[in-house]
Ligand binder design. Sequence first.
Ligand code: SF4
Length: 349
Amino acid sequence: MRVLPSATANRLSNMLLSAAERAAENLRRRTYEYETGRTTLRSLPDVFAIESTNFCNIRCVMCPRGEPDLMERPLGHMDDAVFRKIVDGWEFFTEPCWFHWFGEPLMHPRLFEQIAYAKAAGVRNLGISSNATLLTEARSSQLLDSELDTLMLCIDGTNAATYEHIRRSAAFTYDEVCANVRRFLSLRGRAGRPKPHTILQIIVMEETRDQVAEFEAIWRAAGADEILFKQYTAWGNQSEHDFTALAPLEQRSRLAAATRAHACYNMWSSVVIAWDGTVVPCCYDYDTVMPMGNVREQSLAEIWNGEAYRALREAERSGNNMSPLCRNCTEAPGYVTDPSAAPPPGYPD
Ligand code: SF4
């Protein structure tokens, strides 16, 4: 047996430090940096969402890309060069790492090639969310043959009147979309495949809240692995369009009140990447009004500690974040911090 020199062996053993161990170490650093309000970070972000496309074929009333269509940025599909740069240059992905943001991912012409690339590159849990309008038999088979880990299918309502009022389309009906989903679940069952892990999602709005129990019963019986009751979002309350009007009644005043108790953890923890490579601090930034950089021009690590991110963190930390994205946000994740927290062992100061 060939014996490796010890330095090489150490390097190898570092490399073999599992992704889980590196992520755990990264989390210790991130926690310390958030708690103490640091703005230049040694920790790295998780990639929360990669926008495959912002083309969409329906107009949902709770979506800024829907009805009305508030989005002003150009429409496009993420190209292979941008996608590969993200996947090749990064190691921390949320699980699942969502390969959608705005738009319907099944409209991307190279979706399956890019899924294959990401899986070959080691992204552990890759997911897409789809409105299921294009979930034909052929695409169902392609999904089952792909290595996609997680598939979220979104149907808001348990009857045509509710669904078609929320997810507006001249082309697709509630019955057709449900039939697509049932066929997919049936094909997956017949193939005996556990993947993709299939989640049926309903957004809890005033209009759907009384249907969630029925929704769960229907889709559990049809073979869904998981049912998700997604909490309604008003997109950080950034738009003049009143998204709060669709929320469950008792949530409306909280969503509309422009205060938040804690610094937004998103700025210390994750990134969202639009189809053209623009990096933004969170998924509410539907029009990329707070661009932190672009992966076409910089690495994610450079963007993460670039001037824009550092300035945003400083403003957030000091309670002066008046950016158009965040100033009215009531939905930021965050918690009570401890500015005197000690650094984790080995923290490179
Ligand atoms: S404060 Fe709100 S809008 Fe701003 S990054 Fe955080 S969650 Fe997003």
